[in-house]
Write a protein that binds this ligand. Structure first.
Ligand code: B12
Length: 412
């Protein structure tokens, strides 16, 4: 995560700052740099009318709050903007859209982030009902499957509102929480993962925050944490965004802690309790020291070998069935999937041309042979192999020799 923070980054990652602030060890220079980049980007996005989805605003608010910077006064370039007011407006638009179409403008993961950000900043929220209704109507989907990530984020948000107290719908909130926690628990795997590798960290937060509503027995937290820790050296969380979403759970913290950090004590001292217990729940949350120097980088390039592998790459308009096509390409072993797409495009620029957009998770496949995915029509280029949908994107997934990969325009 620290290495992903570089000077002149115009697309800074708020998830990374949240995770760096919640972590036990700190590199305060990098945290300061990222904080400044986020302030600059927030002001730029608002003033220039750049894309700023509700969930992204929510993440910015949590990142600023975790850095003891007031999200109501984000000052950069001589401007002073109020991100809370902006989020309230965006959440109102999401709810209006849900009432008109049954879907948010963005998605329920982001609507949950919105409620969470307002909750951790003690802003009164009139819109909790929208999450309760979504739970009741089973609206948390990723593609066509139940989305553990979305259920987890909703449970974190509802857990925050419940703990804050004073909400008129407490009974309904608890009923919704029980239902969504049960759905999350149904996705606990034998190895401890909840959903997949990338949903587990946030699911752990959801179950921890609402532990009094979690039925005793089925879930073994230690097994889950051990499994996650075991994946770290394998590089499963090398994507900074994946690391950012798993770190809070690994250090025993949750997104609800972002509002308890006291930055005025940064750089003062280590507290004996923090040293004595590896688990940060024993460590006063106000303490953070500058104790994480960044060693010189070796290389972050993927480990490829000269040995070639062959991959079958298939593309398909799975909705209007205007085309279906296939080709075999050769790439170096260890290459990311995007290399397969590039090799196919090089061979047949017309048939296998594609475009991507950059997101916090890396490049996302947005068009193939000129056919664009559209959030308005709720279509996307789904990535699959013979076993089913991939759990990583084109910038992270490493295909194996002989693998058959499919990019299929689908609906969500
Ligand atoms: C909603 C969602 C989707 C929606 C996004 C559209 C929409 N308007 O809702 C849809 C259904 C299209 C989708 C698709 C995919 N998704 Co998705 N998605 C999510 C989810 C639940 C929330 C994302 C979000 O809104 N974040 C908040 C906003 C503020 O951040 P953002 O970066 O601006 O959000 C955008 C990107 O995240 C992008 N996006 C969504 N998923 C993915 C996946 C990848 C690899 C990339 C590069 C971008 C991307 O869409 C978001 C909205 O524009 C996350 C859960 C999570 N834990 O993050 C999974 C998640 C990010 N998705 C994931 C995956 C694997 C995919 C797919 C590759 C699945 C597949 N086999 O086809 C595809 C992407 C394929 C492609 N074309 O490149 C994984 C990524 C894991 C990883 N290590 O890479 C996650 C973490 C879920 C999981 N636990 O498996 N996704």
């Amino acid at each position: 995560m620290l290495r992903s923070v570089t000077v002149n980054d115009t697309n800074p990652n708020p998830n990374v700052l949240i995770a760096l602030r919640l972590a036990r060890d700190h590199n305060l220079d990098k945290e300061q740099l990222l904080l400044q980049q986020l302030k600059d980007a927030a002001v730029r996005k608002v003033l220039n009318g750049e894309d700023f989805s509700s969930g992204l605003v929510a993440l910015y608010i949590m990142a600023l709050t975790a850095s003891c910077s007031d999200p109501k006064h984000v000052i950069a370039d001589g401007e002073d903007i109020d991100l809370i007011a902006i989020l309230e407006k965006k959440l109102a638009q999401e709810i209006k859209h849900i009432n008109e179409t049954t879907h948010p403008i963005s998605n329920y993961y982001q609507v949950s982030l919105d409620v969470l950000a307002l909750c951790v900043t003690n802003t009164s929220i009139e819109s909790v009902q929208v999450l309760i209704d979504a739970v009741e109507n089973d609206r948390f989907k990723h593609g066509t499957e139940f989305s553990v990530d979305t259920g987890a984020m909703a449970a974190i948000a509802l857990g925050c509102v419940r703990q804050a107290g004073g909400h008129p719908n407490t009974v309904q909130i608890e009923e919704a929480l029980k239902k969504v926690l049960t759905q999350i628990l149904e996705h606990v795997q034998g190895d401890g993962l909840i959903g997949n590798l990338y949903s587990t960290g946030e699911a752990v937060q959801a179950l921890t925050i609402n532990s009094d509503l979690v039925p005793a027995g089925p879930w073994n937290k230690n097994r889950t944490l051990e499994k996650l820790l075991g994946e770290v050296p394998k590089g499963s969380f090398d994507n900074p965004q994946a690391a950012a979403q798993v770190v809070p759970a690994l250090v025993g913290r949750t997104y609800l802690d972002v509002s308890h950090l006291n930055c005025s004590t940064d750089q003062i001292s280590t507290h004996p309790l923090c040293i004595l217990f590896a688990d940060l729940s024993h460590c006063p949350v106000s303490l953070s020291v500058d104790n994480l120097p960044l060693p010189e980088i070796t290389t972050s390039a993927p480990v490829t070998s000269d040995e070639p592998i062959r991959v079958e790459y298939n593309i398909e308009d799975g909705l209007n069935h205007t085309f279906i096509d296939s080709t075999n390409v050769t790439v170096q072993r260890g290459s990311f999937l995007i290399k397969v797409l590039e090799a196919a495009q090089e061979k047949y620029p017309e048939r296998f041309g594609f475009t991507t957009t950059m997101t916090l998770w890396g490049p996302s496949l947005t068009s193939v042979r000129g056919l664009n995915a559209s959030s308005a029509q709720r279509t996307y280029w789904q990535l699959l192999n013979e076993k089913g949908p991939l759990d990583q994107g084109i910038g992270s997934y490493i295909p194996t020799n002989g693998e058959r990969i499919f990019a299929r325009l689908s609906r969500y």
